[in-house]
Design a binder for this molecule. Structure first.
Ligand SMILES: Cc1cc2nc3c(=O)[nH]c(=O)nc-3n(C[C@H](O)[C@H](O)[C@H](O)COP(=O)(O)O)c2cc1C
Length: 153
């Protein structure tokens, strides 16, 4: 099974998280592809892969600029994504109380609306917590992968 990590970022933190996962989780999944969301559209979900959305939040609870085209296409060019299984890493900062991690949460909402199946809960990282998103995200991802790759009961 291939893991495809789609990265939405403004200042690269989400990309570092994805790269850390790519290095650390290679014993769990042989093929891990990290792709910035720039210029992608809904066809990014055409592959036979497990998906991980890894995105930060900007503006007042918006997706980052490089994620905008992909996010919009889920609304403007919708199609049924029932074959897609995905997880979400949402980066944010609790200082923005009203919109904490909305970037990842917004992707989750649109993907659910198109029939995609989320594995596990949306995982949120708080930049004001003083913890490293790379370290915590990798640890979360190992558990998430164990769940996502477990044979169906
Ligand atoms: C201008 C600006 C606006 C932000 N808005 C939000 C927000 O609305 N909600 C939130 O949870 N985090 C918000 N953040 C925090 C970022 O999402 C967080 O720092 C994240 O780790 C950045 O990841 P990146 O480097 O991958 O873009 C904002 C940060 C900046 C600089």
């Amino acid at each position: 099974m291939k893991l495809k990590i789609l990265v939405g970022t403004m200042t690269s933190t989400a990309e570092y998280v994805a790269q850390a996962i790519q290095m650390d989780c290679s014993d769990l999944v042989a093929d891990i592809d990290v792709q910035l969301m720039d210029n992608l559209d809904i066809s990014a979900f055409d592959e036979d892969a497990l998906y991980l959305i890894c995105t930060s939040t900007y503006g007042s609870g918006d997706v980052p600029d490089n994620a905008r085209a992909l996010y919009d296409s889920l609304d403007t060019a919708p199609k049924y994504l029932g074959h897609v299984r995905y997880g979400v890493i949402a980066l944010g900062d609790r200082t923005y109380m009203q919109t904490f991690c909305f970037g990842g949460k917004k992707f989750d909402e649109r993907l659910q609306g198109l029939g995609a199946q989320r594995v596990g809960e949306v995982w949120c990282h708080d930049a004001s917590s003083g913890t490293l998103a790379e370290t915590e995200g990798t640890a979360w991802c190992r558990e998430w992968l164990a769940q996502a790759l477990a044979p169906a009961a």
